[in-house]
Design a protein around this ligand. Sequence first.
Ligand SMILES: [Zn+2]
Length: 200
Amino acid sequence: MANVTIHIADVFELTKIGSFAKDLTTRVKALFDDCIAFANKSVKQGDPPHTSNIVIATAAKPAPGKLDFLVYLLPIEFHSIAGAPTKDNLLADHWGFTKLEQGGAAAKCEIIAKLTQGDVIGSLVIHEMLHYKTAKGNNALHPTGGLGAATVDAASQLNDANRRDIAANLKKEITPWLDGWDICAGAKARRDGGDPLWNL
Ligand SMILES: [Zn+2]
């Protein structure tokens, strides 16, 4: 069995607006629990089931394990920290980016919060998790459809390809990228201190 936690690192406290945090947690939990239930159908009777947890980290740096998933939520005024081709978030035509490293043994992952709608961002969390866990690039993942499709929104539905992709990789070890937290925390401190160049 695997105990998998999705850590959404929200250093800039973007999810404190309205019902963003609640809607984000609700959407991610619904989608991920569906995948966990699918995976648990293959667990032998008597063995402990896979479990899930969702955490939005705003104040304290998370300490995810290799089975967990860590994604950074970035403001549109900031820039890519994971190495997206378009560094300026405002100019990016994508919403999320996952950079695999060491042949998929490590990965960096970020989402640009282009809007404060938790259900939309929640779909993006699962989309990027699919990239992260499967090590599939755009050409391999996007044709699988559902939450793996090139474009996802609040109404996107999981399909069995997505469920299989998550279930098959629950125990795959990937080293999460923790330095992103410090990069974001440094920028936030500069912003809160009134530095006009905080986002450079
Ligand atoms: Zn994608």
